[in-house]
Design a protein around this ligand. Structure first.
Ligand SMILES: NC(=O)c1ccc[n+]([C@@H]2O[C@H](COP(=O)([O-])OP(=O)(O)OC[C@H]3O[C@@H](n4cnc5c(N)ncnc54)[C@H](O)[C@@H]3O)[C@@H](O)[C@H]2O)c1
Length: 252
């Protein structure tokens, strides 16, 4: 798919990996709609990039659908990069012997997994209405994590949600093949997003040392570049790509 002139939506586009993707897409000439929480800096970021901002909590189906409609009104929606998501620390048995809490598990599944399912179905339904260009109607990029494959202690909810996203990828690509819509997923390792900016310098250094090559954290721009490569390459479909400097996470 040629990115120039297309309408593209990026969830979680006000920060981190989503922001880097929105920046790359805007640089490539796409009309970008950033979809993020009303309290996020989405409006300021969009103004800086020459993008549009549609405020929405993606766990709310109606808000998410309205934000995708706004992106589709900017021009036929062809690309959706879904980055909104977060982790949570939960143990199966707490230090005091009580079972781990259920609610934070449900919250993470709601945001990361059900949010990704909604991105697939709400995004694809809009793309499917448009004429194909160069034999395709659109492409959707989901965001998993290396925790989908090597969940660390405390990541039970995050790992459950991210491995489900990996599992949905081929299934969704097969389902949407008849509509000429592709689906791929990126599984990032440790990326240098605002979350990690708050870490102590020694902790950050030990994270960097745990990456085989290159020995540093991932640059969000590298995620944005891969998301754009996936959108551009019509033969990439149904695949999850690790973007992680060959890291394999230890149990803790
Ligand atoms: N940073 C990493 O090292 C890393 C590694 C692996 C996977 N990931 C995944 O990448 C994605 C982006 O992570 P990031 O590091 O850029 O995080 P981030 O916190 O910098 O950005 C996430 C964005 O999502 C938005 N968001 C959160 N909940 C939302 C909701 N309900 N509705 C709409 N927007 C919402 C936030 O406002 C924020 O702007 C997440 O899915 C995360 O799990 C990140």
């Amino acid at each position: 798919m040629r990115l120039e002139g297309i309408s593209a939506a990026v969830t979680g586009g006000a920060s981190g990996l989503g922001l880097a993707t929105a920046r790359k897409l805007a640089g490539a000439g796409a009309t970008v709609t950033i979809i993020d929480l009303p309290a996020s800096p989405g409006a300021e970021v969009a103004a800086e990039l020459g993008a549009r901002f549609a405020a929405a909590d993606i766990t709310d189906e109606q808000q998410f659908a309205a934000a995708l409609d706004a992106a589709d009104e900017a021009g036929p929606l062809r690309a959706l990069v879904h980055c909104a998501g977060r982790g949570a620390r939960i143990r199966l048995v707490e230090k005091d012997g009580e079972p781990g809490a259920l609610e934070p598990f449900e919250d993470v599944i709601q945001l990361n997994l059900i949010g990704s399912y909604n991105a697939l179905r709400l995004g694809a339904a809009r793309m499917a209405k448009h004429d194909a260009v160069d034999d395709e109607r659109g492409a959707i990029v989901l965001t998993a994590s290396v925790a989908a494959f090597e969940g660390q202690i405390g990541q039970i909810a995050y790992t459950a949600s991210k491995s489900a996203i990996v599992g949905m990828t081929l299934c969704a690509a097969r389902d949407l093949a008849s509509k000429a819509i592709r689906v791929c997923t990126i599984a990032p390792g440790i990326m240098d997003t605002p979350l990690l900016g708050r870490l102590r310098e020694d902790v950050r250094k030990s994270l960097e040392d745990s990456v085989p090559n290159p020995k540093r954290l991932g640059d969000p721009a590298e995620f944005g570049a891969l998301a754009c490569n996936i959108l551009e390459n019509p033969y990439l479909n149904g695949e999850t790509i690790r973007l992680d400097g060959a890291i394999r996470m230890a149990p803790r």
